[in-house]
Structure formats: structure tokens, C-alpha cells
Design a protein around this ligand. Structure first.
Ligand code: C5P
Ligand code: MG
Length: 193
């Protein structure tokens, strides 16, 4: 038994990861850690040595080296004093996966991967809509194309890897938020956490 239990939440940009995580936190008592949010926070920290590097990756839709992201996740886990985590937007590529496995073996058990499947068109439309108010430097068409490329080429293989471990619960992310959450509950209720 490891110290921590983890549910990873994956899906394209705009697939509904953040929205569903809010629901889950309310009803299931997980601590929600968004890798993207942690990176954006670190980018804003005046004394961060990684600010420019992180912003470069975010704008380009590429993936920040795992040493940075995994340290932020691990510190947030330790500081929370809790044991159940919903980690959203991670692991996004093989570097993320390998770094996590190296650092967290015996420390955290991955119990499930929630995968919100959503077509490219719906993802783009949702993010462009969010971009009107999000203030995010990557909710624009140019960045979105790159984010979707990264998702298809680097993140899908990670989801396939977890499929081979029978950890993936796939949801249709195009349904309404309430309908998707109904499916999410069905998956989480089977987890004894
Ligand atoms: O998940 P979110 O859409 O907030 O991620 C925004 C950006 O943060 C990604 O496009 C990527 O540049 C960066 N990111 C990363 N590694 C992660 C999660 C996010 O580099 N594991
Ligand atoms: Mg998010």
C-alpha cells in the first residue's frame, strides 16, 4: 500500500477535465491538482527560474520537462496533508509517464484514468469560447492547433498504455456536463476510495 491514491484525468484541451474535476471534488473528497494550473502558477512566481521556459511551452502547446511538473505535483501532494488526488492534465507524454513512474513508485498508486473523449472540433470551439474570458495565452487558434497535435501524437499513446493496464474509464466528453458527470460517478463508485 502506497501513501497516496491517484486518479489521472486526461482528454484534449476543452474536453471537460476541469469542469468534471470540480464536481468530483465536491462529492468524493479528492484533492484536485491541475498540472496546467500548477505550471501557470509557477510561471507567475517572480523568483521562479522556470517562468520563461514554462511560458514557451504553454504558448507552443508543447510539454514542460517532467522534472518541473512532477516536483510541483509532489510538493502540492505533500503540502495538502491528504491522500486522495485527482491529477488533471498529467501524464501528457512519455517523459511525463517515465518521470512519474521513477519518482512515485511505491509512493502513489494510480487507481484509475478518467479519459474524456471529445472530437477536435468540439475541443476547439470550447477553448475559443473560453478564450473570450480565460485570459489564457493558449486559448487561441494558433496555440490550439499545436495543443491538439501534441495531444494526438504524445498523449494518446499514454492513454493507450493505461488501457493495456485496464485502468482507463472512457467517457463521451461531448455530452452535457451533467450527463458526463453521471458517467463519471458510475466509474468512481466502483473504486473503493
Ligand atoms: O491542462 P492545460 O490545458 O491547462 O495545460 C496547458 C498547457 O500546460 C499545456 O498545453 C502544456 O503546455 C502545459 N502542460 C505541460 N505538462 C502537463 C500539463 C500541462 O507541459 N503535464
Ligand atoms: Mg484545465
Amino acid at each position: 500500500m502506497s501513501q497516496y491514491n491517484v486518479v489521472f484525468v486526461l482528454g484534449g484541451p476543452g474536453a471537460g477535465k476541469g469542469t468534471q474535476c470540480e464536481n468530483i471534488v465536491r462529492d468524493y473528497g479528492f484533492v484536485h491538482l491541475s498540472a496546467g494550473d500548477l505550471l501557470r502558477e509557477e510561471r507567475q512566481r517572480p523568483s521562479s527560474e522556470f517562468g520563461e521556459e514554462i511560458e514557451g511551452h504553454i504558448k507552443n502547446g508543447t510539454i514542460v520537462p517532467v522534472q518541473i511538473t512532477c516536483s510541483l505535483l509532489r510538493r502540492a501532494m505533500e503540502e495538502s496533508g491528504e491522500k486522495k488526488f485527482l491529477i488533471d492534465g498529467f501524464p501528457r507524454n512519455k517523459d511525463n509517464l517515465d518521470g512519474w513512474n521513477n519518482a512515485m513508485k511505491g509512493v502513489a498508486d494510480v487507481r484509475m484514468v478518467l479519459f474524456f473523449n471529445c472530437s477536435e472540433q468540439v475541443c476547439v470551439d470550447r477553448c475559443l469560447n473560453r478564450g473570450k474570458t480565460s485570459g489564457r495565452s493558449d486559448d487561441n487558434l494558433e496555440s490550439l492547433k499545436k495543443r491538439i497535435h501534441t495531444y494526438n501524437s504524445s498523449t494518446m499513446p499514454i492513454i493507450d498504455h493505461y488501457r493495456t493496464l485496464s485502468l482507463v474509464q472512457e467517457m463521451n466528453g461531448e455530452k452535457s456536463p451533467d450527463e458526463v458527470y453521471g458517467d463519471v460517478k458510475g466509474a468512481l463508485d466502483g473504486l473503493n476510495l
